[in-house]
Design a protein around this ligand. Structure first.
Ligand code: ZN
Ligand code: CU
Length: 518
């Protein structure tokens, strides 16, 4: 007797093979058969007209703290996502020491409600998430930025012994089960690292056979150089490379997607297993502070704070330091504030606030970061054609780059997967459904060593998404992003039906996945 039978759907193996009409039988936490006349089951669901696919794997998430929220959060499960890779862009919630925890409290603000930054090892963090109970599985990366905060605070120059300390902490995290190493090379303090430092830390991931993921130094006019740096790190460190949220930023650089893809494919010809991920939108989202010159943030927010009180020194600040690589692509008109302690700013552009205050946008930027260092923005950075070109490439998986499921966030938080299927597969026909499913499942599971996940065949873990290809969609907008997806009625996590006829069961049945372990 099977536990669950999904009957009559169009079954995708997650590897890109043509879908076929079949039943899927589940026993315990496993898929045990795919075919016809599979025998009786305790529960049967008629899924005729629906696609039955492996549960989606979100290659790039920031849900590191979601399990600590007081209510169980269904925002990923409702998209069909059963596993998220978290700890991206160089920041993981662990390890933390006193110095790192103090900085985290200031820089992250309320991004992780229910999580109090305090000294902890990576193993402690995994235990805490497990105890809190995530609603879906997570595979946490350890962040280079977090390691650097622990070893060297927010200073640029590495103190004696700091690099060894980072490597030791990275090794500890890998031993505890980190899925890989991430970097965020536009953020403090990750941005202060040179290539050699990144090679040294990534080599630890390489020794464990785990990937290096990177939010690159420059996603705008130097995107190709940035890929070259990532490839060099992969080659010298001996690890696979995942280029995070692939994009070509800034109107002046639009049309550069083919060059970007060529650089990725060249890296593979040079012997480095380079892949990437992408979210299906023309806008990005990040910290407002990411627009500031990184060197002005050395040692924390004090310099910005002092300057914000004295406009004369602000001008000096602007001229003295190399601007952030985001400053130009994210012109003030294209930058919308989506999170700030002063709620009246939410939904307004930086240009708009600057005009109201009668001040230069850079001055206002410093004022707003001083008032709330963890303020968040949405930035309209990308071109439609570039996004489509990148999406058509089979090397890039899908990653939402979500924020917390709270307040106003980029709609990708609630809609990445259904939006890609509705907009880019059904309406625009940018890619076929088998390819889209492969990019959302096995492409990412393989990159992060998630054993028996990302495929749907006998023996696979029963993480399954069921969606209607004719109606799957997301109606969220930048102004009202948190709509529930449509057309994804059933989601199965480890054999348990956690979304049933569109309703979340409330279960906290997710786990922390460790690479190479089931
Ligand atoms: Zn990033
Ligand atoms: Cu990110």
């Amino acid at each position: 007797m099977h536990d669950l039978l999904l009957q009559g759907g169009s079954v995708h193996d997650g590897l890109g093979a043509p879908a076929r009409t079949a039943d899927v039988a589940v026993r315990g936490d496993r898929v045990v058969a795919v075919g016809r006349d599979l025998g009786p089951a305790r529960r049967s669901i008629d899924v005729t007209g629906h696609c039955v696919t492996p549960g989606f794997v979100d290659a790039h998430a920031h849900s590191d703290g979601v399990a600590f929220m007081s209510e169980p959060q269904p925002f990923k499960l409702l998209q069909g996502v059963t596993t998220e890779v978290v700890g991206n862009c160089g920041f993981s919630l662990a390890p933390l020491n006193d110095v790192a925890a103090a900085h985290a409290r200031e820089a992250w603000g309320d991004l992780f409600p229910g999580f109090e930054p305090e000294p902890m090892s990576f193993a402690n963090y995994i235990d805490k998430v497990t105890a809190a109970g995530p609603t879906n599985n997570i595979a946490p990366l350890v962040g280079h930025g977090t390691l650097r905060l622990c070893a060297n605070g927010t200073r640029r120059e590495l103190a004696d012994g700091a690099l060894d300390a980072m490597r030791d902490l990275a090794n500890e995290a890998m031993a505890a089960g980190a899925a890989g190493l991430s970097s965020g090379l536009i953020y403090v303090p990750g941005t202060y690292a040179d290539t050699d430092e990144l090679v040294a830390v990534a080599a630890v991931a390489g020794r464990w056979g785990r990937p290096y993921t990177t939010h690159m130094r420059n996603e705008a006019n130097h995107v190709v150089d940035s890929i070259s740096e990532a490839v060099e790190i992969g080659r010298r460190a001996g690890c696979r490379v995942q280029i995070s949220h692939c994009k070509v930023s800034g109107t002046a650089n639009w049309g550069g997607a083919d060059q970007m893809l060529a650089a990725i494919h060249r890296g593979r010809l040079d012997g480095v297993d380079v892949r990437g991920d992408q979210y299906p939108y023309m806008a990005g989202s990040t910290f407002l502070a990411a627009l500031l010159p990184p060197d002005a943030l050395e040692g924390g927010f004090d310099r910005i704070r002092a300057a914000a009180a004295d406009p004369a020194s602000l001008a000096a600040l602007r001229d003295e330091f190399q601007p952030s690589t985001l400053w130009e692509p994210a012109s003030p008109e294209r930058t919308t504030i989506i999170g700030h302690l002063d709620g009246s700013l939410v939904g307004r552009t930086l240009a708009d606030v600057a005009q109201e205050r009668g001040q230069h946008a850079f001055v206002v930027l410093c004022q707003l970061v001083t008032d709330d260092p963890s303020a968040m923005i949405v930035v309209h950075l990308m071109d439609d054609t570039d996004v489509e070109r990148l999406m058509a490439d089979p090397l890039l998986g899908v990653g939402s780059d979500n924020g917390p499921p709270l307040g106003v966030q980029h709609p990708r938080t609630w809609g990445t997967f259904p939006w890609l299927l509705g907009e880019f597969v059904r309406r625009r026909g940018v890619l076929g459904i088998e390819q889209a499913v492969r990019k959302m499942t096995s492409a990412t599971a393989a990159q992060f060593g998630l054993l028996h996940r990302g495929t749907l065949q006998p023996g696979a873990i029963a993480d399954i998404a069921v969606f209607d290809p004719d109606t799957v969609d997301h109606a969220g907008t930048y102004a009202a992003p948190n709509a529930s997806p449509t057309g994804i009625p059933w989601v199965v996590l480890g054999g348990e039906v956690v979304v049933d006829d569109g309703e979340f069961s409330g279960a906290r049945s997710g786990r922390v996945l460790r690479p190479g372990l089931i």
